[in-house]
Design a protein around this ligand. Structure first.
Ligand code: C5P
Length: 289
């Protein structure tokens, strides 16, 4: 590739995630707090005669044709006809189908790269709107903040300061969970209750440090996802017993994360988990700032 644009595509965890309601169009309104991680994919983009995507790296994400990178790039070119076709190369490190936002982050990186190659033809607001049409987590990855509160489907964003950082141990149980299926499980559980259990309570708007968010945070997917995958609450318990200050399912899963104050205790917990659960894939990273 000649002079490619290179974009980092970070992973995210949800420090808090509350589902408010199923909307008439089938989507769900929610409130969440996103936190970007240092773990990232790398996307290279160079002008070419046609769109193509080559995927390398340690994570298998299936056929390139179905990848959100190409979907995002084609959507961008539909909006900006003078944008070039692009040859992409993706170095994939973020586990897929794990609630870590990897596909959405790659799509956001593709939109940033397309915009750079098209001379910033789209203003940030229009880029975020385009991103929201590709995936609910894409606007967060375009907003440039390492930590943010989000509402709606995730597109109404308020960046938060992120002066503090911490060690994160990610446990990918070795299977993926479909976000669509997880929302369906939540609908079933909600419909079975006499009164909708959606509750708008959220960590106070003033909660912005990792310690506060960890103390107040919960994930509304946990009851319905844990009921179907009993190994996940076990993993969360191991993380807490291993010294995590808090541990939670990320997004709709399947990944469970633990936050640690010290690098050494995170490394020890990661080691113990690899031994106790050899089928899982355990990664150690940090929150981004
Ligand atoms: O937006 P994304 O492509 O990540 O969503 C995958 C699926 O999850 C959607 O097709 C929809 O069924 C469900 N979803 C939802 N409410 C949201 C986000 C996603 O019901 N806020």
């Amino acid at each position: 590739m000649r002079n490619p644009v290179v974009e980092r595509a970070p992973a995210k965890i949800n420090l808090d995630l509350r589902i408010l309601a199923r909307e008439p169009d089938g989507y769900h309104s929610l409130v969440t707090t996103f936190q970007a991680l240092e773990l990232h994919d790398v996307l290279e983009a160079a002008p070419a005669d046609e769109f193509s995507l080559e995927i390398d790296g340690v994570v298998d994400v299936g056929p390139a044709d179905d990848n959100l990178v190409l979907r995002a790039a084609r959507a961008y070119r539909d909006a900006v006809r003078r944008a070039p076709h692009v040859r992409f190369r993706l170095d994939k490190r973020i586990p897929a189908g794990a609630g870590l936002g990897g596909g959405s982050s790659d799509a956001a990186a593709a939109l940033r790269a397309m915009n750079a190659l098209a001379g910033d033809a789209l203003p940030q607001e229009a880029l975020r709107e385009l991103g929201a049409s590709i995936g609910s987590d894409v606007p967060f990855f375009l907003c440039g903040a390492a930590r943010a509160h989000a509402r709606g489907r995730g597109e109404l964003l308020v960046p938060l300061p992120s002066p503090d950082s911490a060690e994160v141990v990610l446990v990918d149980p070795g299977f993926s969970i479909s976000t669509r299926a997880a929302f369906g499980w939540w609908d079933e559980a909600d419909a079975a209750r006499p009164v909708s259990f959606a509750d708008a309570a959220e960590p106070g708007a003033e909660a912005s440090t990792l310690a506060e968010l960890g103390r107040l945070g919960r994930n509304d997917f946990e009851p319905v996802v844990f009921a179907r995958h009993p190994e996940l609450p076990l993993i969360r318990r191991w993380l807490l017993e291993g010294g995590a200050t808090h541990a939670l399912l990320s997004g709709s899963g399947s990944c469970v994360y633990g936050i640690f104050a010290e690098r050494a205790s995170a490394a020890a917990a990661a080691r113990a988990l690899r031994e106790a659960a050899p089928l899982t894939h355990v990664l150690q990273t940090r929150t981004a700032r």
